[in-house]
Design a protein around this ligand. Sequence first.
Ligand code: RIB
Ligand code: CA
Length: 312
Amino acid sequence: MTARQIILDCDPGHDDAVAILFAAGHPGVDLVGITTVAGNQTLDRTTHNACVVCSVGGIEVPVHAGAARPLLRPLRTAAEIHGESGLDGPAPIEPAVAPRAGHAVDWIIDTVLAAPGDVSLVAVGPLTNLAMALRREPAVAEAVREVVIMGGSYTRGNTTPAAEFNILVDPEAASIVFEAPWPVTMVGLDVTHQALCTPEVQRGFAEMGTPAGDFIDGLMRFFRGNYAGVTGMADPPVHDPCAVAVLADPDTVEVVPATVQVETSGAFTSGMTVVDFKAPAGSRHRVATGLDAPRFWAAVHAAVAALPAPLS
Ligand code: RIB
Ligand code: CA
């Protein structure tokens, strides 16, 4: 099977970090580059963190910084989950790489248009960069192979009763992304809450004996404590690599046709993803409904273990 070319748009973020390492180490993925967006933390921090993760994972791909705030709304971050750095837990690491010059949105457009039909976008933060790319160059909707996002839910939210964090930070951007004429798969909380970093899963990283495994172990120790304190969940859901798995190993994630609309004006429901499973035939939207968790974690462990030595 030919590896799937992906651009990973993210807001590292503990689970974003696992998604980056998973994508870089999985044989089914050709990680073309990383773009960053403000979300879990401010853009300077999420971009710094992406460079830290690339350094730890020996990942030599371009990193471009994108939007520093949502299209219309003020930025909200998630320090209560990810800490002040956005990647609290492991001892601070000075990255061996720096972000490239140029805005992420321009790099996404140029990269996608240079290889029509080849590159997919996997977005695991607020969707501001993808919305800006669509507005700046609508042709990207035709040139992108497909879009997979971690975000939303067809049951309930995690930041408000109705809204998941990535969608809530920038509902207008999410609405633009779902309304655009490109195929979008939504991997929401309904599935990512099955991707729990149990003590056994965490031991798989801790006992790996590699810098990347040790790094993830340190991240998960912090993530576990904060997630339990904020949500009461005994084991933290590692949301973002689930979106990568849709392309890396499609049999890991069950998806079904649906239509997705985003509420942008509800007093209590702003940021809600309204999912209709009575989708017309040929719907360009799909929604994830199931996860083979043992297969997923086996693939994540194998990918992280396969990573090269850290960059220096
Ligand atoms: O709601 C979970 C999502 O919000 C994840 O992508 C997490 O990293 C945060 O961005
Ligand atoms: Ca994220």
